[in-house]
Write a protein that binds this ligand. Structure first.
Ligand SMILES: [Zn+2]
Length: 440
């Protein structure tokens, strides 16, 4: 039955927020905003056009049958709406599409464009109504129905109605419409709900569609299961999950870190030390994560080569925390001069506020000996460095730039796994590079 585009159509009540109760911290109702609508407008255009082409709507324009009259391309207003999208004026685009829809309630593309625009503008309830009415039509092709159902699932996601989105995506995946996108939608839901068992199942079903292997993600899901098993004091289940993680991704540094922590907790210091040192091979940037455990294992084993081990790690990767640990060990064993030499040598090549702050700390006594004026100046510099240090991110996502002061194995912003890493110090170019730059 054709949709009536009367005013009452857009005055529907907001859907009840019967979102599934969150199972974990990742489960939350997401809200959109105008900014998102504006930036998403261009994306929408590129989203709609290939879908239209794939579903044969544009081909249908060449067919002078009854569908021809519904082709939006025949109406210059449709292109006017698209131009508004290109100009990042979604509000004007919505006005145009609303008028188009009022004139011809049959036009599928216009309704899809409107639904997407409303959702991207944060008006999920309006988007839901549009897509629900679209699906209620009995003259949609299978492709059009699949696309509209997927869009409705996206609306539910935006509204936080994860249960409804899950049912829709499951049905789409079953009947083979929009299967890959539906499976990715399911994966998104299960990740939000921290339902790692379901994530593993969906990842298996996604394998045939994925250009790149999902090994890294599957290993991370297994690591999440291992962490859960540790929390419920089930080390055997944790070890089984870690073994599966390493089977699917032998380079999974997280699995090695967890295994090392478990070995240390069990009192198996030799195994823990070997595992923590393996972290340096798998992902040297993660060494700071295991540094306290590594030093504890060395100390409890009665090893006297702490400085040599730390110096070996520092030689492999520029790492502020490793340099700080090394300088502290040198301070204890040989005194301040050795510690200051290590910090100074490191700071000559790396911009690292934490190392600079420690060096200034060690030099405070020297400055005080030079008199009150020198001590005051050194104190001011020290205060500035300390202030800057509090604003320095400790971790950053390599993919989207999200910064944090705690490690997230899944980036909270772009949702990628393993992309948030300890921030590397900025390198200071050597004299040769500086000379080349001056000549250029
Ligand atoms: Zn990110």
């Amino acid at each position: 039955m054709p949709v009536s585009w009367g005013r009452e159509y857009f005055c529907t009540q907001r859907p009840s927020r019967s979102a599934r109760p969150p199972r974990g911290q990742g489960s939350r109702v997401r809200a959109g905003g105008r900014g998102a609508a504006v930036s998403g407008a261009l994306l929408l255009l590129f989203l709609l056009l290939p879908v239209a082409a794939a579903s044969g709507w544009w081909l249908a324009r060449r067919d002078p049958g009854p569908r021809a009259r519904t082709a939006p391309g025949a109406d210059p207003d449709f292109f006017r709406g698209i131009n508004y999208l290109l100009d990042e004026q979604p509000d004007k685009a919505i006005d145009v599409f609303l008028k188009l829809a009022a004139v011809d309630g049959e036009t599928v593309e216009t309704h899809l464009a409107l639904g997407s625009l409303f959702r991207r503008r944060g008006e999920a309830d309006r988007a839901i109504r549009i897509h629900q009415n679209l699906i209620a039509r009995d003259n949609l092709s299978a492709e059009q129905r699949g696309y509209a159902l997927f869009e409705l699932g996206q609306d539910y996601m935006r509204a936080g109605l994860l249960d409804r989105a899950e049912i829709l995506f499951q049905e789409l995946a079953e009947i083979g419409l929009q299967r890959e996108r539906a499976l990715r939608g399911l994966l998104d839901i299960y990740q939000q709900e921290r339902d790692w068992g379901q994530c593993l199942e969906v990842a298996e079903r996604l394998k045939p569609f994925s250009e790149r292997p999902l090994a890294a993600e599957i290993a991370q899901y297994q690591c999440e299961l291992a962490e859960e098993a540790r929390r419920r004091a089930d080390p055997d289940a944790a070890r089984r999950a870690l073994a599966r993680a390493q089977d699917v991704d032998p380079q999974c540094v997280r699995a090695t870190i967890i295994e090392g922590q478990m070995a240390l907790a069990d009192g198996d210091r030799e195994a823990a030390l070997a595992l923590f040192l393996r972290v340096a091979d798998q992902g040297a940037r993660y060494v700071p994560e295991v540094l306290p455990g590594l030093m504890q294992a060395l100390e409890e084993l009665g090893r006297t080569d702490l400085i040599a081990v730390l110096a070996g790690l520092a030689a492999r990767e520029s790492s502020g925390p490793v340099i700080l640990a090394l300088s502290e060990a040198q301070l204890q064993e040989s005194g301040a001069a050795a510690a200051k030499a290590t910090l100074t040598g490191y700071l000559a090549r790396n911009v690292d506020l934490a190392a600079l702050e420690r060096l200034l700390d060690l030099q405070a006594g020297t400055a005080a000996a030079l008199g009150a004026e020198a001590a005051y100046r050194a104190g001011v510099v020290h205060g500035v460095v300390r202030h800057l240090l509090t604003r320095q991110p400790v971790y950053q996502c390599d993919h989207c730039g999200f910064s944090a002061r705690a490690l997230h194995w899944q980036c909270p912003s772009c949702k990628r796994w393993g992309t948030v890493q300890p921030v590397q110090p900025e390198r200071i170019p050597g004299d040769e590079v500086l000379r080349e730059r001056r000549l250029a």
